[in-house]
Design a protein around this ligand. Structure first.
Ligand code: HEM
Ligand code: HEM
Length: 183
């Protein structure tokens, strides 16, 4: 009985809460909103537009949460200085990158890029529905090219999450659901 209790406590002490519920709900909602907008893009109707606005609103929320949110949600916790990023990338190339409890410096840059690109797609999409931007070929180009670029970035993002999960022997994707990581 004592053994079981100790084992349970050890398991509990092994894990630490990293991602708060807002970060987790944000992430999977953003992924869903993006996927819905992407797969309804052909007719660019109401569902396409509202799922795109949802993605935009989620990114706006995340910007705020990056300032007032919990420890590992804050930009100050994970946005690296250039020297730190360069050092991390050098170590990554040699397969010696350290493990981070929050976002690592390379992931941080990818996260900023994904958020920015989502904002560009959302705002250009909205402008395409206004009198000012309706029918603009430039805006269409911005909207669609940014989608093509973000698709490559998403593939890298998911690939990196899987790679880092193997490297550090912890399931980072599960952590985005549970909020917990290995201490
Ligand atoms: C199957 C698809 C996806 C998987 C498996 C996935 C996985 C992950 C994981 C594991 C993290 C945490 C990274 C870390 O530990 O540092 C993360 C963070 C993040 N991902 Fe994804 N992701 C997916 C799709 C997307 C998409 C489509 C977007 C944007 C359009 C996106 C944007 C982000 C952002 C902004 C964060 C930062 C979360 C935060 O701090 O609030 N992800 N993702
Ligand atoms: C993350 C969100 C979004 C994604 C992934 C996305 C993706 C796309 C893609 C791939 C197309 C090209 C469809 C094609 O030519 O077959 C498209 C077109 C379009 N989107 Fe979006 N979009 C998003 C958000 C929005 C928003 C917020 C709006 C407006 C409120 C919008 C309005 C439009 C319009 C009007 C078109 C048609 C443009 C044209 O005539 O070529 N989109 N979108």
């Amino acid at each position: 009985m004592t053994d079981t209790l100790e084992a349970t406590n050890a398991t509990r002490n092994d894990r630490v809460k990293v991602w708060d519920p807002a970060v987790r709900v944000f992430h999977w909602s953003l992924m869903t909103a993006f996927a819905v907008a992407y797969f309804t893009a052909d007719d660019a109707g109401v569902v396409h537009q509202w799922s795109g606005y949802a993605a935009l609103a989620l990114v706006a929320f995340r910007l705020l949460w990056g300032v007032i949110g919990t420890r590992h949600a804050r930009f100050s916790d994970f946005v690296p200085r250039p020297a730190k990023l360069a050092d991390y990338v050098r170590r990554m190339i040699r397969g010696l990158e350290p493990r981070y409890l929050g976002h690592n410096p390379a992931a941080a840059i990818m996260i900023l890029f994904l958020s920015l690109a989502t904002a560009v797609i959302g705002v250009s999409g909205w402008l395409l529905t206004t009198d000012w931007g309706w029918g603009s070929e430039v805006l269409e180009e911005v909207h669609e090219t940014t989608v093509n670029i973000i698709l490559v970035a998403i593939a890298l993002h998911v690939g990196a999450a899987i790679y880092e999960s193997f490297r550090h022997r912890e399931n980072l994707i599960r952590s985005m659901f549970t909020g917990y990581k290995r201490r």
